[in-house]
Design a protein around this ligand. Structure first.
Ligand SMILES: O=C(O)C1=C[C@@H](OP(=O)(O)O)[C@@H](O)[C@H](O)C1
Ligand SMILES: C=C(OP(=O)(O)O)C(=O)O
Length: 447
């Protein structure tokens, strides 16, 4: 299946534009994956509204079906999930193919790891490069066994889960919501308590949604920036209603586009403003961006807001490493904003960017250089010296099967002197299938 995607790239270029109007980005990817997974672990019908119908999430849905869930699309973004329930999952007969999705594959490893079933995990060329030992190590402590794996603990992986996961206390080696979530999801079927400690807090959607589905989860501060999360095993998960707010990581693209494209003013509606996802907004505000949160309200257990953005003169800033977990997927688009800023932006502590869909640190630097932007990587830091409102553009950007690299450099083209070209736009469908239409609705020009 993945071979098609790899064999016929679809290049796209973006031209200078002025943006105006209102838009609503699709549902949050993290919440969407989790709504299907938790729906599968609850007995009865879970209804999801605003599900992200991107390839990553649809593959999680396919995997849940292979474990015994009945999943139906009732209308656009509206889905019904009927789970067999915790402890009653079926052993899948076929490989669970997660395509490009780190989140889907890693969370489902946690689910399988906590059940007495065996499953094979695989994905595309990008997913096959991503490190999975970080997930397998704690799962083995919980009692799962890795029967087969590619070199370095990579997919394809054959995982044998356990009927009775051991209650463990686990300190994550890096700030990662995927590691935390895999351990908690495996721990759901444990007779005891599972504790995950992180020294830097990562996004907390799993904890919040587990509580929404009826589990007992306590999250306490740990050290200066960390959290200690305790889950009581074998909860009675009840089917629930989930309303998925708009994805702040997708909203980041129109937001930065409006900041850098002269004369623009837009409103991005219904965006989740969970503090553990808001590092980009904090950073852009420090850079002098004219961004206002309007109509702040609650939707589906999360705070959401309409975000008004006016084109702005930006100034370079120093982004501390401690902010990385709250904006981990936003560095490619922040680097584009930094390219248009006046002065130097230093983004610190980006080692995790090397193990995303591509080596994002290298991919960002190469894309910036191709478009005439002065930048360098020093250790795990990225330094961008901005053009004070001007970027040459005209570059050809290699996207390496990475949706965020593709969208970021298309946004760059909307503000650059010459069009920016990305070598392949197909991966955009993994997280933001209507990216092009939504941006064109605001006045963006692509060819
Ligand atoms: O848990 C999640 O939904 C995610 C966690 C992050 O990954 P890490 O856990 O590897 O930081 C993020 O990059 C990814 O897009 C989504
Ligand atoms: C890192 C990302 O996703 P995943 O880890 O799910 O592939 C992302 O969407 O930027």
């Amino acid at each position: 299946m993945h071979t098609d995607a790899e064999h016929s790239p679809s290049p796209l270029s973006a031209l200078r534009a002025r943006l105006s109007g209102r838009c609503r980005p699709p549902g949050d990817k993290s919440v969407s994956h989790r709504s299907l997974i938790l729906g599968t672990l609850a007995v009865g019908e879970t209804r999801v509204e605003g599900l992200l119908e991107g390839d990553d999430v649809l593959r999680t849905g396919e995997a849940c079906r292979k474990l015994g869930a009945r999943i139906e699309r009732l209308g656009p973004g509206s889905w019904s999930v009927r789970g067999p329930g915790l402890g009653s999952l079926l052993e899948p007969r076929e490989t669970l193919d997660f395509g490009n999705a780190g989140t889907g594959s890693r969370l489902m490893m946690g689910v399988v790891g906590g059940h007495p079933i065996k499953a094979r995990f695989d994905g595309d060329a990008s997913l096959r490069k991503r490190p999975m030992r970080r997930i397998l190590d704690p799962l083995v402590l919980q009692g799962a066994r890795v029967l087969e794996q590619a070199e370095g603990g990579r997919c394809p992986i054959l995982l044998q889960g356990t009927a009775e996961p051991l209650p463990i206390e686990y300190k994550t080696p890096v700030a990662s919501a995927q590691i935390k979530s895999a351990v908690l999801l495996a721990g759901l079927n444990s007779p005891g308590r599972t504790v995950v400690i992180e020294t830097e807090a990562s996004r907390d959607h799993t904890e919040k949604m587990l509580i929404h589905f009826g589990a007992r989860v306590v999250s306490e501060p740990y050290g200066e920036h960390g959290r200690k999360v305790t889950l009581e095993g074998r909860p009675e998960l009840r089917p629930s209603q989930v309303r998925v707010p708009a994805d702040p990581s997708s909203a980041a693209f129109p937001i930065v586009a409006a900041l850098i494209a002269e004369g623009s003013e837009i409103v991005v509606e219904g965006v989740m403003t969970n503090p553990l996802r808001c590092g980009l907004l904090t950073t852009l505000a420090e850079m002098g961006a004219r961004i206002a949160l309007e109509n702040v309200r609650e939707e589906g257990g999360e705070e959401v807001a309409d975000i008004r953005v006016t084109a702005s003169r930006l100034a370079g800033v120093d982004v501390p490493a401690a902010r990385a977990p709250s904006m981990i997927d936003e560095y490619p688009i922040l680097a584009v904003a930094a390219a248009f800023a006046e002065g130097e932006t230093r983004m610190r502590g980006l080692s995790e960017l090397r193990v995303k869909e591509s080596d994002r640190l290298e991919a960002i630097a190469a894309g910036l250089k191709a478009n005439g932007v002065d930048c360098e990587i020093i250790g795990d830091d990225l330094i961008v010296r901005g053009g004070a409102g001007r970027v040459k553009g005209g570059g050809n950007v290699e996207t390496h099967l990475d949706h965020r690299i593709a969208m970021s450099f298309l946004v760059m083209g909307l503000g650059a002197d010459a069009p920016a070209v990305v070598d392949d736009d197909r991966m955009i469908a993994t997280s933001f299938p209507n990216f092009r239409a939504l941006m064109e609705g605001l006045g963006a020009r692509f060819a």
